[in-house]
Design a protein around this ligand. Structure first.
Ligand SMILES: [Zn+2]
Ligand SMILES: [Zn+2]
Ligand SMILES: [Zn+2]
Length: 145
């Protein structure tokens, strides 16, 4: 989910000041349709003529990640990307490996799976992460996938 006001609210909720660079970056993040890398964000900022250094980009991404407004995704190739996210709303993402589109997945059977594993392994499961990768309907239709 990409919603600029949700991103800004998340910063407020964490008691963070909305500095100008954070506001600008939140706007850019809300403009991405799905997964983006820190490099994507940096070049989007440069294209808009914003004076935002790499350190600010990473700090802002870390901050948004810590309040749950951005989630870090480990890509199959070993790189990292980010998706804008709804804080405190547990869900997973299915990500297109062709265009990077990300769709939220809310499926109670995933929660069920964690309890099943807890029961069979004896572990107390505290958290889980699950990302699904594939080719989105638009990319399939255009023959890109
Ligand atoms: Zn999400
Ligand atoms: Zn796609
Ligand atoms: Zn889950």
């Amino acid at each position: 989910m990409s919603d600029r006001s949700a991103l800004l609210q998340a910063l407020d909720g964490a008691g963070r000041r909305r500095t100008a660079p954070r506001r600008e970056l939140a706007t850019l993040i809300a403009g991405f349709d799905g997964a983006f890398t820190a490099a994507d964000l940096s070049s989007a900022a440069r294209r808009r003529g914003l004076d935002v250094g790499r350190a600010t980009v990473f700090r802002t991404l870390d901050l948004l990640q810590s309040v749950g407004a951005v989630e870090r995704i480990d890509l199959p190739e070993g790189e990292h990307a980010y998706v804008a996210c709804t804080p405190s709303d547990h869900h997973h993402h299915v990500i297109c490996t062709v265009c990077g589109l990300s769709t939220d997945v809310r499926d109670p059977s995933m929660v069920q799976l964690a309890s099943t594993v807890a029961a069979s392994s004896g572990y107390r499961i505290d958290m889980h992460r699950l990302e699904l990768f594939g080719v989105c309907p638009a990319c399939q239709a255009s023959g890109r996938g």
